[in-house]
Design a protein around this ligand. Sequence first.
Ligand SMILES: Nc1ncnc2c1ncn2[C@@H]1O[C@H](COP(=O)(O)OP(=O)(O)OP(=O)(O)O)[C@@H](O)[C@H]1O
Ligand SMILES: [Mg+2]
Length: 304
Amino acid sequence: MTETPDSIDATLALLAGQDYVCGRDLGTVAYLALALRRPLFLEGAAGTGKTEIAKALAAGLGRRLIRLQCYEGLDAASAIYEWDFAAQMIAIRTAEAAGGADRAALQAELFSDAYLIRRPLLEAMEPQEGGPPVLLIDEVDRTDAPFEAFLLEALSDYQVTIPELGAVKAHEPPIVILTSNRTREVHDALKRRCLYHWVDYPDQARELAILHARAPECAAALSAEIVAFIQRLRGEDLFKNPGVAETVDWARCLVALDAVALSPEMVTDTLGAVLKYQDDIARIAGSEAARILDDARADIARAS
Ligand SMILES: Nc1ncnc2c1ncn2[C@@H]1O[C@H](COP(=O)(O)OP(=O)(O)OP(=O)(O)O)[C@@H](O)[C@H]1O
Ligand SMILES: [Mg+2]
């Protein structure tokens, strides 16, 4: 088990070791979350590295990553555990066939560990090889208020309860990361439990560093054009701005096409890697792509 880092710089180095590039601001809250064992609440636009930091921390620390993907209608029970109904039915049938089973014994057997299906929150409270796991509660804004209230309780004493078996309390609290795309506001009470950070789009220099880490096969000149173009695109008042995920994707597509530089035609032909709404694509394709590319090249010239 790797110990958690003892400084902000060590935290940044640990993340960099997993090709995760971030600024000192995010490095600081990440360090504090580990040092103070506080959940980290990350909010921000899509594709800005919120989910990825949980993966990077888990890999860097040699901990297990346990992910609770939130969705509308997710309830507490399915986040903690379920009983293996099919296996229970088979056990009942088998007992019946054997004739005259002891009902009380059967009942106890059916609600024992052997028939328990562990869901993420229960797993995160149990001891794991390598030390406390990283619990990623992803896209918490997709759930509803009752689930948030339940999470608040689970995260305040790191304990979950299974009525038939009792309470399970974590010996050591997991490293908890919550993410939200802010499709709605998450309740203050839950946020107050956590350290909060807004994950913004990176500036040009950092996005270039991320691209270099994630798509090293993309040559420097092409990478610079891609990043400058994407940075300009984000100022175009689109329905949906491209995230860093799209930057990396686009670079991989262009490399696959053996591109060495952007051209308005190349941009237009590959816009589907960058923009995911037809209205946005229709607006940017063609002459707009040419204009943005000129602006992007001017940005590069100015920066160098
Ligand atoms: N800071 C970063 N360092 C390295 N890679 C990054 C970084 N930010 C984003 N990426 C790249 O972008 C991809 C998408 O990031 P991620 O899935 O974490 O975004 P997200 O913020 O969780 O988006 P969503 O809100 O859509 O879930 C990652 O797989 C990674 O390749
Ligand atoms: Mg995500």
